[in-house]
Write a protein that binds this ligand. Sequence first.
Ligand code: ADP
Length: 263
Amino acid sequence: MVATCALLINLYRRINEQARFTRELEIAHAKQAQASRAKTEFLSSMSHELRTPMNSIIGFSQLLLNNRRQPLPERQAGQVEQILKSGQHLLTLINDILDLARIEAGRLVFSIEPVEIASVIEESVASVSALAEVRGIDIRLPAVPGRHRVLADFTRTKQVLINFLSNAIKYNRDGGRVELGWAPVEDGGLRVEVRDTGIGIPADRIGELFQPFNRIGAEHSGVEGAGVGLALTKQLVEQMSGRAGVESVQGEGSCFWFELPEA
Ligand code: ADP
């Protein structure tokens, strides 16, 4: 009888503890959701506030550089070009952070339609070719490019590809190579690959890729960046019902890929 009573008391205590634990967990969840909403709102409003002055810095720098009647002396033109470059870099960062916040809040709108992958590739390569040229990097496309269409948002797919391509250039060696390829995969998707001959990623740090603001050591390399691009890229691909990933060998190069449903 005494043993049964002790057992019951013990059971009662455990049930009580469990209930208290569940309540605490619910409160923690609610607090986390509230903090996440506050963060998204803060980021959105900050990004809007930062974008307006940044647009005028960029706009006036362009006006100064393009003034044919009173061209700037060479030294000043170089300095204004630097202002323009930094402004554009900051604007990209602000836009990326705003996009990430919008995705987290479920507020980023995608316009999904059949998209010719070759045209996304053509436009993306065109927008990074100047960057590649400066470093003497050769961008190679397949000799016989297959004609494939994916179900995706054209602009967002281009944003993903430009991000992979500019990283493949940034983290490459001078005179290196970037190879693009695309082919259907088993589950009805199309895989697009961007292969580089760059510094590669240490095996023990691959798991940290795609985390916002994690530059996995590149902050000491002198290569410009903020560690937002890959996190945003993965989210964009997943929002379009796709997947993204990477294979890499340190010192040899990396292959970043994404898959999207074929149209
Ligand atoms: P950012 O380039 O602004 O630092 P990303 O989010 O695009 O940010 O990339 C995160 C980190 O992943 C980079 O800082 C770099 O360390 C690593 N990384 C990305 N792409 C490559 C690549 N092609 N080769 C080697 N490292 C890369």
